[in-house]
Design a protein around this ligand. Structure first.
Ligand SMILES: O=C(O)CCC(=O)C(=O)O
Ligand SMILES: [Fe+2]
Length: 372
């Protein structure tokens, strides 16, 4: 999930004052109450205000903190409990839920086969030590459409407590929030809602449960540890629930990594590459990574759940005509299928001036910044 190297590192100028804006979505989540449980103000003026806040956050940061999303605490507690129960299973049980060639089931940490018994482990060998479990939308849910299961994947469900019921409940809510966000995105961009609804009727949405934990006992690391390497998300929008524990870092446009934690009761939301593509880079698909601070040779365990709203596999996504910049910087139209395949292959397609080149330059600039 890393980008290809760039030839010319961007010159970065550190700035203070980076922040991920907190946006109260309740004017769009009618009936679910405001951030503080007051009745939602869903007047056109309130929605307009939210749309403007979203436009600013998406143009300048690519990340937002969303409150007023309307997800019950019980659903979020269910998600957190399901994550705990699954990842506490013995490795052999978790490994029995691996699925070959599909973005489904258990994905073990890279360190899985490495022995830590010597007490000293190369940090580079410990990088990307997250373990994950993926569930998602299945082609069979759309019997009227001739969809290929291979483009979607078939879920596996561990037999642990009411894991499936709890994950399904959260999945439905995250899906609702993602679709509410794209409704607000349309307003923020001044385009009809169909721009998003037409490409998300059978969206290949995936929920990835992430667990960042090191084996118990003292471990001496000989370098820096990365839980999940820097990457941009592939799709339209990602709704991220995470523990309020340090680890997530977001790259600002001046090339500096910033620690970001969700606000109390909030969800983090970030844009993926397809939205950068749709908007001709008016909005940003921002680089992020997970780098937990190491204290006394250990880290604080951290959980997250990323809901990726990626669009219909056969949807064609190019830059919206009204959003082509003055430099005519439209991205080539591409199907969601081909875009995801290219991302998975570690490369990008499109014009020479692709986001990948710019993002890679920003990663290099940030690395230089860190060395200073
Ligand atoms: O764990 C996190 O906070 C980030 C996860 C993430 O970026 C991802 O799953 O794509
Ligand atoms: Fe991500």
């Amino acid at each position: 999930m890393t980008t290809s190297p760039a030839t010319t590192p961007a010159v970065s100028t550190p700035q203070t004052g980076f922040s991920v804006p907190v946006i109260d979505l309740s004017p769009y989540t009618t009936g679910s109450g405001g951030a503080d449980d007051t009745p939602a103000d869903d007047t056109p003026a309130a929605r307009e205000r939210v749309a403007r806040e979203i436009d600013a956050a998406c143009s300048q940061v690519g990340f937002m903190q969303i409150v007023g999303h309307g997800i019950d605490d019980a659903v979020i507690d269910g998600l957190a409990g399901a994550i705990d129960e699954f990842f506490a299973l013995p490795p052999e049980t978790k490994n029995s839920y691996r699925v070959a060639d599909a973005n489904r089931g258990y994905s073990p940490p890279k360190s899985e086969t490495l022995s830590l018994s010597l007490g000293v482990e190369s940090a580079s060998r410990m990088n990307d030590f997250f373990e994950a479990f993926n569930v998602g939308v299945e082609a069979r849910s759309f019997p009227d459409l001739a969809l290929d299961e291979a483009d979607y994947g078939i879920n596996v469900w561990p037999e642990c407590g009411d894991f499936r019921a709890r994950i399904d409940a959260y999945f439905d809510e995250a899906s609702r929030v993602a679709r509410t966000l794209t409704r607000a995105f349309a307003d923020a961009l001044g385009v009809p809602p169909e721009v998003f609804t037409d490409i998300t009727g059978h969206s290949i949405d995936v929920l990835r449960l992430n667990n960042y934990a090191l084996p118990p006992g003292p471990i001496t690391l000989d370098g820096e540890l990365t839980g999940m390497g820097e990457h941009t998300d592939f799709g339209l929008v990602t709704v991220l629930w995470a523990d309020r524990v340090a680890g997530l870092q977001v790259l600002s446009s001046d090339g500096v990594w910033h620690d970001v934690q969700p606000v109390e009761g909030g969800l983090l939301v970030n844009l993926g590459d397809l939205t950068a593509r749709l908007t001709g880079d008016r909005w940003m698909s921002t680089l992020h990574r997970v780098k937990p601070p190491v204290v006394d040779g250990g880290i604080v365990r951290r959980r997250s759940a990323a809901f990726f709203h990626d669009g219909d596999v056969d949807a064609v996504v190019g830059t919206l005509p009204g959003l082509v910049g003055a430099d005519q910087s439209a991205y080539e139209p591409i199907t969601v299928r081909d875009h995801i395949a290219a991302k998975l292959a570690g490369s990008r397609q499109g014009r020479a001036n692709t986001a990948a080149v710019r993002e890679a330059a920003r990663v290099l600039a940030a690395a230089q910044q860190e060395r200073r």
